[in-house]
Design a protein around this ligand. Structure first.
Ligand code: F6R
Length: 357
């Protein structure tokens, strides 16, 4: 039920702070530490390499998950698009663990990989919002994202829930391996949940950004560096699937290797700048596109913001920034689609779960 909300997507965006708090609760021990399944912990710490397999938005969560697992748990991780994995299969390590990330747990492209790797005798963990789903039943282990049913075709709360669970998975693996944590995970996730709540309260401002930049444009670019690059891929996917604006997410430094040719007078370029170590360089990229006529829209974070930024996020831990940054991008996409007269919850040509290969 969408209650007083005009669309499921808007309701599901608003639910994100509660989803994160719910995940904190579900995976918290009485002593305030993270608790996952012992078997998952063992599989994670014994694997010599982790292969994340996913599609679409879940793939974008996987990219963030790779960074979290590598940095927090010091395990090497590869992320692969499910539909390509079997054809462009990498040379596998000796003792791999596969992680399937899927909101629905029914995506056929993932199932194809799961069947194949089970045949080879490898172990699989499914991170899903639907524990009874095919991918959950057929894997050795399941982690539940506890986001509640996601009805809108465009995935929102499942994405942030997946990243929160991946954070806890990384943390639990680090603990098992005796590695010191870079932050207090439950405390930092609680800060993220509060930031999400603040962001969900800034809809008027984000609606205005959608009006100012996206009402009539045929295209839009999202640029970011480091962790911001991954969220740019997700921001672009969200915008294209519901507003039909041709949108592309790019690494800030890669744009000049060809794609900058597409920048024309007035082309909107959303730049995400939440990472201190690349703040100068992403702003340099903004100047490059602005010099060619682009209409830049900078989304930054408190402490890194500069005069003229279109939107400033409350500060969260830089390793968890995608969980907060995606919210303004989701809301901008929502309002762009709404004001362009699109069917927000049921975009053309799309189905909620893709059960054909
Ligand atoms: C984007 C979207 C799709 C799904 C993709 C994977 O908003 O909904 O890109 O993320 O089809 O679906 P799941 O996670 O169910 O495997």
């Amino acid at each position: 039920e969408k209650g007083t909300y005009p669309h499921f997507m808007l309701k599901e965006i608003d639910e994100q702070p509660f989803v994160i708090r719910n995940i904190i609760q579900k995976y918290q021990n009485e002593d305030g530490t993270v608790r996952l399944d012992d078997n998952i912990r063992q599989a994670m710490s014994e694997a010599d390499r982790i292969y994340i397999i996913a599609a679409g938005t879940s793939y974008h969560a996987g990219l963030v998950g790779k960074q979290l697992i590598e940095r927090i748990a010091e395990r090497p991780v590869e992320v692969h698009i499910a539909s390509e994995f079997l054809y462009n299969m990498p040379l596998l390590s000796e003792n791999p663990l596969f992680i399937f990330i899927s909101q629905s747990g029914e995506t056929a492209d993932l199932r194809g990989v799961l069947v194949e790797i089970k045949e080879k005798g490898y172990q699989a963990l499914t991170i899903t919002n639907v524990p009874g789903s095919t991918l959950s039943r057929e894997a050795d282990f399941t982690l539940h994202t506890y986001a509640g049913p996601e009805i809108a075709v465009a995935s929102t709360k499942a994405y942030t829930a997946q990243m929160a669970v991946l954070t806890l998975l990384a943390v639990d693996t680090a603990r098992a391996r005796g590695i010191e944590l870079p932050f207090d995970p439950l405390q930092e996730l609680a800060i993220v949940a509060n930031a999400m709540e603040t962001l969900c309260g800034q809809k008027d401002q984000l609606e205005q950004i959608a009006r100012d930049y996206l009402l009539t444009t045929p295209n839009c670019f999202f640029i970011g560096r480091a962790a911001d690059y991954f969220v740019c891929l997700e921001g672009a996917l969200k915008l294209k699937e519901i507003s039909y604006i041709q949108a592309e997410g790019f690494a800030g430094g890669e744009l000049k290797h060809g794609t900058i040719a597409l920048i024309e007078d007035g082309t909107p370029v959303v730049a995400v700048a939440t990472q201190a170590h690349v703040n100068l360089s992403i702003r340099g990229n903004v100047k490059e596109v602005a010099a060619r006529g682009a209409n830049p829209c900078i989304i930054s974070m408190e402490g890194l913001d500069q005069e003229g930024d279109a939107f400033v996020l409350p500060s969260v831990h830089p390793m968890l920034s995608a969980l907060a940054t995606v919210i303004p991008l989701q809301l901008i996409s929502y309002y762009a689609a709404l004001h362009r007269g699109c069917d927000v919850d049921k975009p053309r040509n799309l189905a909620k779960s893709v059960t054909v290969e």
